[in-house]
Design a protein around this ligand. Structure first.
Ligand SMILES: [Zn+2]
Length: 343
């Protein structure tokens, strides 16, 4: 059974008409899923706001207070992240959505989607990159406490490196974080180097694959199949959180990867398979995507893959100039991780 959380206030997560993050995407996505007929295959739930106690499992009190105060007056959280009036409530609502999605995985649902989710640049006491609260980490800590869980797998395929999530769990072996992203030397936030594999007890539990600009479907498919099922099966998670950002699409205005619609179908399908083979609990946080029309179609394909349908949108493949380079990176990562995982 697959469900989706959605609230009509989701469109208020809007950082301004001249900002890349405009609020129309979750609503457009729901409308598109409805128009294509697949929304009826998803059970819908309306979230409520995460409480202060929920947020404080991850975030410093001073940081939560700062967002509350910015939310009253309006202002800037970071150079790229305006904080409009009311943002505290809407960021807490988005976080509550991811928590509710996580909760439903323990009451009969094997896959849950939150279309306003995956705020992976927020660390415990600082943030940028349009993120306020790290809904992924807040949900992990909520589920950890409620169900005494010990193994969480995060697969983050957004084009941007998940620096906030990495910071929060860098020394924690209970959370395996795997990120594919455009190389930080060519894209915000600049982090996510291949040799950053975690610290102390967390060594080996942070996996970064930085992809060169222009990388296409062929390399991502190859890297996915070489790394993710193998790491996932060995780690044997109790919950999988998939940050499925579609700002990897070739039309995205903020980044420079060259993926096409069909890859999101493929990734959705394969993440669902990994979940079925392990914990059968897959939380999908839709993540970034700054060309709304392309994002909506990409998410549609992702949902078709999750549902195991045959239908999906295709477009012409784009030649991938980096397949040899990415093969070499995959080999390098395997070597770097050889004391921790078997490939
Ligand atoms: Zn992104």
């Amino acid at each position: 059974m697959i469900g989706i959380v959605y609230h009509h206030d989701y469109n208020k997560y809007d950082l301004g008409t001249t900002h890349p993050l405009v609020g129309d995407k979750p609503k457009k996505t729901i409308e598109y899923l409805e128009k294509t007929g697949i929304l009826h295959e998803l059970t819908q739930f309306a979230p409520t706001k995460a409480t202060d106690d929920d947020l404080l499992r991850v975030h410093a009190k001073q940081y939560v207070d700062k967002i509350k105060s910015l939310s009253k007056t309006g202002g800037m959280l970071a150079f790229d992240t305006p904080a409009p009036v009311g943002i505290y409530d809407i960021a807490a609502l988005a976080t509550g959505g991811t928590m509710l999605a996580g909760e439903k995985l323990f009451s009969g649902f094997d896959c849950m989607i939150n279309p306003l989710a995956g705020f992976h640049h927020a660390s415990s006491s600082t943030s940028s990159g349009f993120c306020f609260f790290n809904d992924i980490a807040v949900t992990i800590e909520y589920l950890r406490q409620k169900y005494q869980l010990q193994r969480f797998l995060i697969v983050d395929l957004d084009v941007h490196h998940c620096n906030g999530t990495q910071d929060i769990y860098y020394d924690d072996p209970t959370v395996l974080t795997i990120s594919f992203h455009q190389d930080g030397r060519t894209l915000y936030p600049g982090t996510g180097a291949i040799d950053k594999i975690g610290r102390d007890a967390g060594e080996g539990y942070n996996v970064n694959l930085p992809l060169p600009s222009g990388t296409g479907n062929q390399s991502v498919r190859y890297a996915f199949h070489e790394l993710i099922p193998s790491l996932g099966m060995q780690f044997n998670p109790q919950v999988i959180i998939y940050q499925s950002g579609v700002d990897t699409h070739h039309s995205d205005p903020l980044a420079d990867l060259k993926l096409t619609y069909q890859i999101y179908y493929h990734l959705g399908k394969n993440m669902k398979t990994l979940s079925t083979k392990t914990c059968n609990k897959l939380l999908v946080a839709f993540g970034g995507g700054y060309n709304s029309d392309a994002s909506v179609k990409s998410y549609y394909n992702l949902v078709c893959g999750l549902l195991g349908k045959r239908e999906h949108i295709t477009e012409n493949e784009i030649a991938d100039p980096n397949s040899q380079e990415v093969k070499a990176l995959v080999n390098r990562i395997k070597t770097i991780l050889k004391d921790h995982w078997i490939f």
